[in-house]
Design a binder for this molecule. Structure first.
Ligand code: NAI
Length: 286
């Protein structure tokens, strides 16, 4: 029987979430995605108008099918958490049931259960500021959108995840090594995400037989990465210094995600898996 995946954090065809969706689809999974509410309209319109058709092509020539797109804002857990200015914001008012709890309930109603949960989202309003210049608001917002969002997703989806299921997030080496430019508390958020991966692996493994891992990905020119402003430099740095001197493709992260979600990875949980052409192993620039 085919597996069903929910991938949170897909709003175009440039990021890791899209590539993960494709690799899971190529392996036979049914694809549901969660799209940030303010980006929903343009994503759905582009999908409908065929703007992504070229990047929907799977290895067998067929087009990836996204069974359903759910609006999602992963910084809100329940409707009671949503402040008035967001509720009445016109980019949000057109959608409903987009808090984490409600999305999990909708997926349950529509499909009953899932097997694979992917968290491919992050946000840090002050990411371009050094940590020393980051406000408390900016720091907590980064943690809320980039770390707690994962705890919340897993917490609300676990009751509808089939035993033997697999959950996965995306992290970055700035959690453990100094990457100047990755500011605003985003490095702190990724450190939290990686630590939580271990604790959640224990709790979800013991209680529900669910595996929890995170992929530490190398640099990709996604929409989010372009907003940070240093992505081209990081790609050049990797090309110059990593053991494998090639540009990293999003598909390589997608394929690792498909492996981690499959029975081939049945003993892997609580792990940070590097998919970065080996850059993490270097101790000096060449
Ligand atoms: P992306 O722009 O494709 O994905 C980020 C997604 O997060 C976007 O679709 C955005 O709409 C969504 N999002 C932001 N705030 C949200 C919220 N409150 N609720 C729901 N969705 C929200 O960019 P990318 O780079 O593919 O990011 C995916 C993951 O990969 C992130 O966790 C990122 O930190 C991680 N990563 C990216 C690297 C890169 O070089 N691009 C390197 C290592 C990790």
């Amino acid at each position: 029987k085919g597996k069903r995946a929910f991938i949170a954090g897909v709003a175009d065809d440039h990021g890791y979430g899209w590539a993960i969706a494709k690799s899971l689809a190529a392996a036979g999974a049914e694809i549901l995605v969660g799209t940030w509410v303010p980006a929903l309209n343009i994503f759905e319109t582009s999908l409908r108008r065929g703007k992504f058709d070229e990047s929907r092509v799977l290895p067998d020539g067929s087009l990836m099918k996204i069974t359903k797109v759910y609006p999602l804002d992963a910084v809100f857990d329940t409707p009671e958490d949503v402040p008035e200015d967001i509720k009445t914001n016109k980019r949000y008012a057109g959608s409903s049931n987009w808090t984490v709890k409600e999305v999990a309930e909708s997926v349950k109603q529509d499909f009953g259960s899932i097997d694979i949960l992917v968290h491919s989202l992050a946000n840090g309003p002050e990411v371009t500021k050094p940590l020393l210049e980051t406000s408390r608001y900016g720091y907590l917002a980064a943690i809320s959108a980039s770390s707690y969002s994962y705890v919340s997703l897993l917490k609300h989806f676990i009751p509808i995840m089939n035993p033997g299921g697999s959950s996965l997030s995306l992290t970055y080496i700035a959690s453990e090594r100094i990457i100047p430019g990755y500011g605003g508390g985003m490095s702190s958020a990724k450190a939290g995400l990686e630590s939580d991966t271990r604790v959640l692996a224990f709790e979800a493994g013991r209680k529900h037989n669910i595996r929890v891992n995170t992929i530490s990905a190398g640099p990709l020119r996604s929409r989010a990465a372009k907003a940070i402003g240093f992505i081209d430099m990081m790609i050049d740095y990797s090309l110059a210094n990593a053991p494998l001197q090639k540009e990293l493709s999003a598909e390589e992260i997608g394929n690792t995600a498909a492996f981690l979600a499959s029975p081939l990875a049945s003993a892997i949980t609580g792990a940070v898996i590097y998919v970065d052409n080996g850059l993490n192993a270097m101790g000096a620039a060449v």
